[in-house]
Ligand binder design. Structure first.
Ligand code: ATP
Ligand code: MG
Length: 482
């Protein structure tokens, strides 16, 4: 990953740099050329001004002009060359604006020396240094050409330009290696992160806290000032930061769900251990004394039956949650009257519980729901109300409709739930009062199952509870159109 991305990125940046440098060079060349042409125009204009009539030039004037590289020749033909378009004429001196101009290589009088050079180079040098700017003018009845040798004028700019080109070439070549280095340094945190992640994936088993910490450390490295400060990486840093944040939160979630799973398994084993221990205890008791003791025999059989029933209940609850977690629980929805479901639950409860006053206030409310699951959820609520309400207490089951939601409510005047426990009662294996709950035989899975069922129906559970006054828990699911 390092070599390919680095070299590709570096090459692209380099091409970009070369492009910019070339463009600037061309711009510079054009600007200098325009400057030289304008200089020549002005010099020739000055000469034309001082010459007057070129046919009557004195020897002295000719010599004087030639010192500044200017020569004047009468023309026996019509002027040729470039005319200045009317629009630009005002930028040129008025003496020469009307003429035609062009460049030529005037090699009769070579300027400059190059004895040490080969013939070809000498010829090239001579051509460049003898570059001449020519303007041809027409005055009344005669034409003449004024030439100016540009050699001495272009010599210095050309030397500077060549030095500049060499410097640029060196800088551009250097940037090729420096760029690669900078990019590599910039990418180092990512490479380290990838290596760390790789080493974690190849390690056996789940992530240990130390490993996650180490990876988080690498991510911190990305967000901190590890990136090279010589190039502007503010934008890149932000991108890396968000990558780091995303990976961090993903790791958090993985870790969290992993922990939850481990907790679930350990809680489940713990819950199963007590009934197994009890059964083992009674079996031992039977083994030692029970064979001949009628009373011990019956007591043990009863206890073993009860513990086995508890275990069965627990295993069924666990299976339900496992199926729910793996989305293997089908929902058989149909249009049902929730009052019918509530009535059935109340009736069956009345049959097994005669210690409480059970009331129902039912109005027919329809909903599209799985009757079996809704019944199970309501049973869980009623079962809690019975368990956590002392004998003689009153339990009211009601069904009503409010706006487009159906409410199945179970209200008791039992022991209530401490305020700090309310947010946790839906957690798996959570019991508000462990010692008391153990006496009532609960495992703390009931409400988490009810919550799963209700959420699966697109609803929610609402809890209102005051300690020693009572509890009201409602299943709220979308009602069907009336
Ligand atoms: P089980 O899995 O057998 O239902 P459980 O009843 O202990 O066990 P949940 O039904 O999930 O578990 O209830 C969680 C806890 O919430 C209970 O242990 C209890 O402390 C508290 N709780 C629930 N309903 C009531 C209620 N009606 N009155 C008082 N406390 C309640
Ligand atoms: Mg319960």
């Amino acid at each position: 990953m390092r070599t390919s991305i680095t070299s590709r990125l570096n090459f692209r940046l380099w091409i970009h740099l070369v492009g910019v440098v070339l463009a600037l060079d061309i711009l510079l060349l054009v600007a200098v050329s325009v400057g030289i042409v304008m200089y020549a125009e002005h010099r020739i204009a000055e000469a034309v001004e001082s010459i007057g009539d070129p046919r009557s030039l004195s020897e002295d004037s000719v010599r004087l002009l030639s010192i500044s590289g200017i020569s004047v020749v009468p023309l026996d033909r019509d002027p040729t060359g470039c005319e200045i378009p009317g629009l630009f004429r005002r930028a040129f001196p008025e003496q020469t604006a009307g003429g035609t101009r062009w460049f030529e290589f005037h090699v009769e009088h070579p300027v400059g020396s190059g004895e040490h050079l080969g013939d070809a180079e000498q010829a090239l040098l001579r051509r460049i240094y003898n570059l001449t700017y020519r303007i041809e003018l027409t005055s009344d009845d005669y034409s003449y050409a004024v030439r100016m040798t540009l050699g001495p004028v272009i010599r210095v700019p050309m030397a500077i330009f060549i030095v500049l080109l060499i410097a640029e070439l060196l800088a551009v070549l250097r940037s090729l290696s420096i760029g690669g280095h900078i990019i590599q340094r910039t990418m180092r945190p990512i490479v380290e992160l990838a290596e760390k992640a790789q080493s974690m994936t190849t390690a056996r088993g789940p992530y240990s806290p130390e490993e996650i910490q180490a990876l988080a450390g690498k991510l911190e490295g990305i967000t901190a000032a590890r990136l090279d400060t010589r190039i502007d990486v503010d934008g890149a840093q932000d991108e890396l930061k968000s990558v780091a944040a995303a990976i961090n939160s993903m790791l958090d979630r993985i870790n969290e769900s992993y922990k939850a799973q481990a907790r679930f398994v350990s809680d489940a084993s713990h819950e199963l251990r007590s009934p197994i221990a009890a059964i083992q205890g009674y079996a031992n008791l039977l083994d030692r004394w029970g064979k001949h003791d009628e009373q011990a025999l019956q007591e043990s059989i009863d206890a073993i039956k009860e513990e086995a029933a508890n275990m069965k209940e627990l295993v069924e609850q666990l299976l339900f949650l496992a199926k729910g977690d793996s989305h293997a629980m089908p929902l058989h929805e149909e249009l049902i009257n929730l009052s019918d479901v509530a009535e059935a639950v109340v009736k069956e409860t009345q049959m097994i519980d005669d210690r409480h006053v059970l009331e129902s206030r039912l109005t027919p409310v329809h909903a599209k729901a799985d009757p079996g699951l809704i019944k199970q959820a309501l049973r869980i609520l009623v079962d809690n109300a019975i368990k956590y309400t002392p004998s003689g207490g009153r339990i009211v089951v009601s069904v009503k409709r409010s706006a487009d939601m159906a409410w199945l409510t179970v209200q008791d005047d039992g022991i209530g739930i401490p305020p700090e426990a309310v947010p946790r009662i839906f957690d798996r294996f959570y019991r508000a009062d462990d010692s008391r709950a153990r006496a009532t035989g609960g495992t703390g899975l009931g409400l988490s199952i009810a919550k799963w069922i209700v959420e699966r129906h697109g609803g929610r559970i609402e809890v209102l509870s005051r300690q020693d006054i009572g509890t009201r828990i409602s299943i709220v699911i979308p009602a069907a159109e009336q």
